[in-house]
Design a protein. Structure first.
Length: 145
């Protein structure tokens, strides 16, 4: 791997670690069982859809909470989502670049992600909540992890 490609992967790794840390702290929603994730080899080849965002300053706390709830509910509405984890940033490292929330949606493969993206439930949540976002970052990571 080239050295210059390491920096973006490190940024993604920090975001993923932050999401996992917030899940274990109890401040986030987490749905993951071995039955949902499949075998270890299937996990390695899964596609991770990383979504990080920050709300506009003027968005009230109650509306922020509803937007997060809407997003988390997708795990119950789209069967291709194998796991959904993440939450609010709790990192003390100072590398969040303004992002306050990070979520990782796991799909079996690109085909699962490709069903999710145009799914009516995803479109509904995106159209409802994207105007509330000050910034949004989406990265898909595939292959062995």
């Amino acid at each position: 791997m080239k050295r210059n490609s390491w920096i973006p992967l490190r940024f993604v790794a920090v975001m993923i670690a932050t999401a996992i840390t917030s899940c274990s702290s109890g401040s986030a929603s987490r749905v993951e069982t071995e039955a949902e994730m499949g075998t270890v080899s299937e996990k390695k080849n899964a596609l991770r859809h990383v979504v990080a965002f920050q709300f506009k300053d003027e968005v009230p706390a109650a509306r922020r909470g509803q937007a997060v709830k809407d997003f988390l509910e997708l795990k119950n509405r789209i069967p291709e989502i194998l796991s959904f984890e993440g939450g609010e940033d709790v990192s003390v490292e100072g590398f969040a670049k303004g992002f306050t929330h990070c979520y990782i949606l796991t799909f079996a493969d690109e085909a699962g992600r490709d069903i999710y993206l145009p799914h009516p439930a995803h479109i509904e949540v995106a159209e409802k909540n994207k105007p509330l976002m000050k910034d949004l970052l989406v990265i898909d990571v595939s292959g062995e992890m």
